[in-house]
Design a protein around this ligand. Sequence first.
Ligand code: NAD
Length: 526
Amino acid sequence: MDDSHPDEQPGPKIPPFTSTPVDQIPVIRTGLKNAFRTGRTKSVQFRKQQLLSLAYLVKDNLALFHQALASDLGRSETESIVIEINGTISEAVSAFHNVAKWSKPERAPWSFNFFAMKPTIRKEPKGVVLIISPFNYPMWLLLGPLAGAIAAGNACALKPSEMTPAFSALVADLLPKYLDPELYTVINGAIPETTKVLELQWDHILYTGGSRVGSIVLTAAAKTLSPVTTELGGKSPVVIDPDCDLKLTARRLLWGKVANAGQTCVAPDYALVPKKIADQFIQACKEVLKDFYPEGAESSDSYSRIISPSHFARIKTLLDRTEGKIACGGSTNSETKFIEPTIVTGVKAHDSLMGEEIFGPILPVIEVENEDEAIEFINARDYPLALYVFSPNSSFKEKVAENTQSGAVVMNDTLLHSVVEGLPFGGIGPSGSGYHTGKFSFDMFTHLRSTLDNPSFTERLLWSRYPPYDEKKRKSFVSLSFPTLPSRTAAGGHAGPKRWGPLLVAGVVVTSSLALLIGRWRLNRP
Ligand code: NAD
């Protein structure tokens, strides 16, 4: 007898979230190590099969992934497709097409001294790598880098966020059905499980998340000498030129702010707006939000929710404590973890909204006199993950880019740089170190192994390197390998004190010799 509830959907379901038993974690890592040692990831053909399976894992299970992302983040299907599903599939497909090219050994540049030894860079997997990912883009930041790890030939443990239980349970269920389960595995859990994971040595760790946990990961990794790439967060500013198209600026800026309800690492965090256009800018923002959510954001299917009650409470506290003025939005609902897209004006540097990354749909507007004040404001803070400039003027854009530092600098849009093929994604200083996406993910998980093969005939040239040393050997070595320096003026500009004396003497000697020769020649003429 079929005892299922009449409303229940037939077909595959998302299993319940279960944490990996802590005592199993070292066993899992040993299993990955043994599987890696079999050498099967060395085959490019094998990597391509796995990459294709990874792309199909996502494509075949789109409905389940949409269900999981809606359950975890209250996200609409369209937004999930735009902000992470397409990007994840593209990462796997791009690696599939390029892995043969990326993994080809590279010859070192030709040099007279060494060409006979065939110096070459072998692109080798690092070994068994670990990816720890955050809640906000659970698929893109887990399976995207996995494509790089597979392409580079590694075995990989994946530690998704416990804050997205539906997604993390689903991926743990699907991965062994599509990929080699001995080489790629999910470890689910929260702090106790991740702490255990971090007690072990890994051949590379990619950590994406907040800077507080970033420090914990780096400290743990230092103990096992595991190399780490950190993709952290921070406050990404927006600089606005009074000449820009305000409606278009507001639309592109606010899209970056409301996508995923502001829970995006490169979301514009705050806007530095020239005083003289501040009112018009706020008006443009109000119009855009009305266009985005004509019935209001709370009843819109296009708007996500905050991930957890504690994150909701954190963001609400920042808003409650602001000394700025709420120009639009501001409503919240703790039951549904809803925070309305909100613009706060008159915000000062010491405001509650300026202390930490907001990671929610609130945009503080800080009024400045001009771009110089905006640049000074940015430079007084940590290097951000992204910096956005809205301006039609090349000189304005260049001035901001030239005089600041950030992970990325994007003109006249937000977020898009993270999905452009060929651009590295990464922070600088406190916003992270290292790069990923596409070939940069492959490089992150690849060891560049130097190799050369010295034939015996080079002994005729290299005899002088062996002791006992004498003057003849010293001279031979100097003539063979002493580096040739460019002239002191080769770099242009002033390159140290000019030696006019020797030049003057040489000039006098050459001129007088010439005069002497000409004189003699004239005297000897018949
Ligand atoms: P988080 O730091 O709370 O969690 C990230 C991961 O660390 C999770 O897998 C979690 O299980 C694990 N973790 C949490 N506490 C831990 C502990 N004490 N010890 C060991 N592991 C622990 O981050 P989050 O809240 O999921 O994500 C939001 C943050 O991530 C924001 O700061 C955002 O800017 C940043 N982020 C950065 C990028 C980027 O590419 N630079 C992308 C997305 C998110």
